[in-house]
Design a protein around this ligand. Structure first.
Ligand SMILES: [Zn+2]
Length: 94
């Protein structure tokens, strides 16, 4: 680690510089700006989105589709909604 005051090489464990005696445990030397954060987070986000679509494309033959009975709230064009809602269910009222 380099001393931020005089530039002399100091041990990573030492709290003061041997050359100038200044405190070297101050604020970190590299304070990334919001631009850097935006760039880094944007890059990570874009990579994740691209990875998602690439994996979706690559794994498409291995993904099985859910049977329509599992998702009755979706309007399946093959099976009408009345069929799904005709399943008898008891009402708690008396
Ligand atoms: Zn120093």
């Amino acid at each position: 680690m380099k001393c931020p005051h005089c530039g002399a090489e100091t041990k990573d464990t030492s709290k003061t510089c041997k050359a100038c005696g200044q405190n070297v445990t101050g604020p970190s030397l590299w304070m990334p700006s919001w631009r850097w954060h935006l760039k880094a987070l944007g890059t990570i986000y874009v990579v994740l989105v691209i990875t998602f679509f690439v994996l979706k494309r690559l794994l498409a033959p291995y993904v099985r589709s859910l049977p329509p009975e599992v998702t009755p709230w979706l309007q399946h064009p093959q099976t009408p909604v009345e069929q799904a809602s005709s399943v008898p269910h008891e009402s708690p009222k008396r």
